[in-house]
Design a protein around this ligand. Structure first.
Ligand SMILES: [Zn+2]
Length: 288
């Protein structure tokens, strides 16, 4: 695969109706189509003058067919209201990839019903699982095909090689928490991020760059009885890794200001994570 003049060579280009002005893409946002599985169905909808005014750069079918609908340097309407590490409206700086999948279904893992009424059964070799996560809630979800995952990885590797401004891969549920649940919980996001981005997680690097090491400091959590969320990165995206009880005393590793808010990187329960600084009071030890 190769991007030349913002177009992926060798794949069909179905020009989308809703295409915006020029952008400099910095992240890739992954989605589910939450629609029928027939090849071309969602891509046709996303290319058309549809009622949702939706469009996207790429669609990946269950059989690994990739189609492009919007050039990589133009805005597409895929993320809507969204926030990536404090930056709003991701359509202005992202490439969207829609992966064909029915989205959240009801029923159980042997037979599930999609929102448009079609049922999918294990007997027909659909790989279904009933899974609940804090980000997705409860549901029955369909696994992506191997061919689809392989095609997504190839497309991402191509994009990260040929679009040098790209720095991160994320999902719609991550940038629109509480509003969106795609990609589904069966999507191997961390595996794909590690594979395409290498070991240095860009979100970790950004947090490192925007902060300074603390001195020999200790703080006490002050939340008036509540617990305080410790987060993997200094942002309110869904990235909570622990809940620290009120009154806990923790050492501070780093300090930084992100999106106008002061954060502390602390050590708790054997792992490091970020907390909002205003819920932590510095401890002064008195010599008696
Ligand atoms: Zn989406």
């Amino acid at each position: 695969m190769r991007i030349i003049n913002h177009r992926l060579k060798g794949v069909d280009f179905w020009p989308a109706h809703f295409t915006g002005g020029e952008i400099v893409p910095e992240i890739v946002v992954l989605h589910d189509t939450a629609g029928r599985l027939e090849n071309g169905n969602s891509a046709r909808y996303l290319a058309s003058e549809n009622t949702g005014k939706a469009s996207v750069h790429f669609v990946v079918e269950r059989d690994a067919t990739v189609r492009q609908l919007v050039p990589t340097n133009c805005r597409a309407n895929h993320a809507g209201r969204s926030n990536y590490h404090g930056r709003e409206w991701c359509n202005g700086f992202s490439i969207g990839i829609e992966i064909v999948n029915p989205g959240r279904m009801t029923g159980d893992a042997s037979e599930a019903r999609a929102w448009w009424g079609e049922t999918f059964s294990m007997r027909d070799e659909y790989d279904l699982a009933k899974v609940a996560t804090p980000e997705h809630g409860d549901g029955v979800w369909m696994a992506y095909t191997e061919a689809q995952i392989t095609a997504v990885i190839s497309l991402l590797e191509c994009l990260f090689r040929d679009v040098p401004t790209l720095t991160d891969i994320t999902t719609h549920w991550y940038v629109s928490p509480g509003r969106k649940v795609d990609t589904n919980p069966l999507f191997p996001l961390e595996h794909i991020r590690a594979r395409v981005l290498g070991r240095n997680d860009p979100a970790d690097l950004e947090a490192e760059k925007g902060s300074d090491p603390s001195g020999d400091e200790t703080v006490e959590i002050e939340t008036h009885g509540d617990t305080l969320n410790m987060r993997r990165w200094p942002s309110f995206n869904p990235n909570v890794i622990a809940a620290i009880p009120d009154g806990t005393v923790v050492p501070v590793i780093r300090k930084g200001t992100f999106a106008g808010r002061k954060w502390l990187r602390v050590l708790y329960g054997g792992q490091e994570g970020w907390i909002v600084a205003r819920y932590a009071a510095p401890i002064t030890y008195h010599n008696t």
